[in-house]
Design a protein around this ligand. Structure first.
Ligand code: UDP
Length: 465
């Protein structure tokens, strides 16, 4: 009798990590794997509240604690969240695994797929003598920059000598020492690099270097998009590009399956009433926080563009007590502006009325835009989002890079250029070509499909040996 396979999936507790891990879980489940999906209590509670934690016969949820107090602002304090997971996660995972091993009806574990930022889980995989698969959820270029931390340190680029380097022109300095990457600027290096005393400076380096101990590494990208970087990575590591994972998920699975906030479907009805390609979708992901002034600049820029827009305003998007838009602005855009606190993003991006995406350049949002063929305006917030902006605007040429400081005039101008200019049209053509390439990559015989096959074989073989 063939032994039933069993994957333990361990995402980092943030929306942009849980979602692709769930997408991968669904692919493994379709392959006959039994899935144990391990969330932190906080994330699991959020998924239950938003109606997207569906267990099944071969799919169970388990939880570990992040050991932070309930009122902790974990999503916005990822340094403390990461540190607590490093300190407490290994023991929590060990205890959970031992508890599950004692359950008579569960198949023995075949592999652990853990988030690249939870690299401590590799130890448990090694102890159980099963493969540990490290899933880095950023872009391949994002992963590569974390891997290059020691090189950037050695060459003296990071950390910054002092705070004055943030404003003395140094952030515009070009870096061209990373093979396989086009020149980029200091300001594209994840902002964790600024201060060596910040926990995240060391954390991203440790997690990046831990990839060398993983049995395999997987990325939610595809070779036709990030080929040169993938080639460099493959010279150093057993790394596979297996995305975009959401394309598989669309086969019968709802996009809302791993939302930690409940989406407001009313915006889809509103989109139904709009002209094809006429709406700008504005959304800055699950973590971005901006000042009230920035929020207001975006608002008046959108107003002046005269374009219709759908804007996701999370209650915690601004530093103020709650996000407040000027009353005169809301009055002026009545009928052509629609606001929600959380959108069914993939359904929105795939809607024929949506013609452009003003985004924070999170990797999930970027790959979703590519899969939907919607060009972007990029205003990144943190981590590797700045580098994604550079790739989107300069390498793939499927979007525009906004300046770091939001000005209503620039917002207006970019929206106009994207939605009705020749430049926007050219970007739309290019992103549709990439969309088609992404579909081919995930289909039987495609690059990501073949890489997934290789990964499955590797897992099988390691279980046999
Ligand atoms: N998302 C969503 N609805 C929203 C805002 C975000 O479904 O209103 C989803 C989005 O589709 C993406 C994820 O949340 O899958 C955000 O991940 P991303 O990597 O883009 O950014 P992060 O939130 O990690 O900064």
């Amino acid at each position: 009798m063939v032994k039933r396979r069993h994957a333990l999936m361990l995402p980092y507790p943030a929306q942009g990590h849980v979602k692709p891990m769930m997408q991968l879980s669904k692919i493994l489940a379709a392959r006959g794997y039994y899935i144990t999906f391990v969330n932190t209590d906080y994330i699991h509670d959020r998924m239950v509240k938003s109606g997207s934690a569906h267990s099944g016969v071969d799919f169970r949820f388990e939880t570990i604690s992040d050991e932070l107090p309930p009122e902790h602002g974990r999503t916005h304090q990822i340094d403390e969240l990461s540190e607590s997971l490093v300190d407490n996660g290994p023991a929590q995972l060990e205890n959970l695994v031992e508890k599950l091993k004692a359950l008579p009806d569960l198949p023995p574990f075949t592999c652990i797929v853990y988030d690249g930022c939870m690299s401590w889980a590799q130890k448990t995989a090694t102890r159980l003598d099963i493969p540990g698969v490290s899933f880095w959820t950023p872009s391949a270029c994002g992963f590569y920059i974390y891997l290059s931390w020691p090189l950037l340190k050695e060459m003296g680029y990071i950390p910054l000598k002092d705070k004055s380097y943030l404003t003395n022109g140094y952030m515009e300095e070009e870096i061209s020492c990373i093979p396989g990457m086009p020149p980029f600027r200091m300001k594209d290096v994840p902002n964790f690099c600024h201060d060596a005393t910040n926990y995240m400076f060391k954390f991203v380096e440790t997690q990046g270097q831990a990839a060398f101990s993983a049995d395999s590494i997987i990325l939610n990208t595809f070779d036709e998009l990030e080929g040169p970087v993938m080639k460099e990575l493959q010279e150093r590591l057993p790394v596979y590009s297996i995305g975009p994972l959401l394309l598989e998920q669309k086969n019968g699975f709802s996009d809302s399956s791993a939302n930690i906030w409940a989406a407001e479907p009313s915006c889809l009805q509103w989109l139904d009433e709009q002209e094809p390609g006429s709406v700008v979708y504005v959304c800055f992901g699950s973590i971005t926080v901006m000042s009230d002034e920035e929020l207001v600049e975006f608002a008046w820029g959108l107003e002046a563009s005269k374009q219709s827009f759908l804007w996701v305003i999370r209650p915690d998007i601004s530093h103020g007590a709650s996000a407040k838009l000027p009353v005169e602005f809301v009055e002026k855009v009545k009928g052509r502006g629609f606001f929600v606190s959380w959108a069914p993003q993939m359904e929105v991006l795939s809607h024929p009325s949506v013609g452009g995406f003003l985004t924070h350049s999170g990797w999930n949002s970027t790959i979703e835009a590519i899969c939907a063929g919607v060009p972007m305006i990029c205003w990144p917030f943190f981590a590797e989002q700045q580098l994604n902006r550079t790739y989107v605007s300069q390498v793939w040429k499927i979007g525009m890079a906004m300046k770091d400081v939001v000005e209503r005039g620039e917002v207006e101008e970019m929206v106009k250029r994207l939605m009705s200019g020749k430049e926007g049209e050219e970007m739309r053509t290019r992103i549709c070509e990439l969309r088609d390439a992404s579909i081919r990559a995930m289909k039987e015989g495609g690059s990501s499909y073949n890489n997934l096959e290789k990964l499955f074989v590797e897992i099988e073989e390691e279980n046999r040996s």
